[in-house]
Write a protein that binds this ligand. Sequence first.
Ligand SMILES: NC(=O)c1ccc[n+]([C@@H]2O[C@H](COP(=O)([O-])OP(=O)(O)OC[C@H]3O[C@@H](n4cnc5c(N)ncnc54)[C@H](OP(=O)(O)O)[C@@H]3O)[C@@H](O)[C@H]2O)c1
Length: 302
Amino acid sequence: MVAKVELIPQGPQFSELVQGYWRLADWQMSAVERLNFLKQHIELGITTVDHADIYGGYSCEALFGEALALEPSIREQIEIVTKCDIKLCSEQFPERKINHYDTSKSHIIESVNNSLLRLQVENIDVLLIHRPDVLMDADEVAEAFAELKQQGKVKHFGVSNFSPTQFDLLQSRLDAPLVTNQVEINPLNFEVADDGTLDQMQMKRTKPMAWSCLAGGEIFSGQMEQQVRVRNELELIRDEVGAKSIDQVIYAWVRRLPSNPLPIIGSGKIERVQTAIDALDIELSREQWFRVWAASKGHGVP
Ligand SMILES: NC(=O)c1ccc[n+]([C@@H]2O[C@H](COP(=O)([O-])OP(=O)(O)OC[C@H]3O[C@@H](n4cnc5c(N)ncnc54)[C@H](OP(=O)(O)O)[C@@H]3O)[C@@H](O)[C@H]2O)c1
């Protein structure tokens, strides 16, 4: 069973696995099928959903909102995460000449208002600043957060892809703790375990959210040396622990990190969601964990 966990002590509660909706537009589902998928993963205990304004070229939140509107009472059973600050060139924004970041107060507020309209909900549980913005004025972001909180539009705030200093900078201007840093963690790329990002999460007892745990699917078929090495090692460990597939070993490997990351599932296939849930019972030994580390790095520990 999927448990509920606190992101920070006495903070908001998320399901320990999160359903990602980045690829929703690719799933080619009708509104009823989208609703059924949502209801199925809620039934399995995955109640937290991850969105961003830009997903699907600004279409995924609306596809989700359309499905949710078929049964609005479901809103009370889920925790909605969405993000802001990336500005993409797209048909809706012909005036934009280049993709860029915008953490100005006006953009954060406008972005949340648009997300609420698209998702067809009254509020967002957690808003993340999607990517660090070198032009970020932390005081201005704090003003935006205070206004959104006071208006009841956003309950909690966090960040994504932030370095420890970027996290500390923003935190220094806020009254309430940032509740997460959503970062890439998978056996092909776990830089955050080396650069202090996950150390900071552990220090603050703040759970990171882990995106692209399966490296966007590359881990299953990639032919680069590192990908082949890692896949071979994962297959050996799969057989040792009696896992059904290497994705189960990967989820166990990500969850073995002491900062307690919450994996975000990227698949739109309920059987693959179930596979991730079944992996919650798998525990890797230190040796098994470091064998994946070594396969990824191409050498043993120093
Ligand atoms: N904050 C950020 O900057 C950021 C960045 C990227 C993603 N995210 C979040 O993280 C979530 C997960 O990221 P992700 O979608 O990249 O996750 P992922 O789990 O690494 O990759 C999902 C992809 O892998 C495929 N896949 C899954 N199991 C497979 C298998 N057994 N064999 C072959 N292919 C398989 C899926 O295809 P099927 O759909 O066919 O199963 C899907 O295309 C996103 O939805 C989004 O919410 C956040």
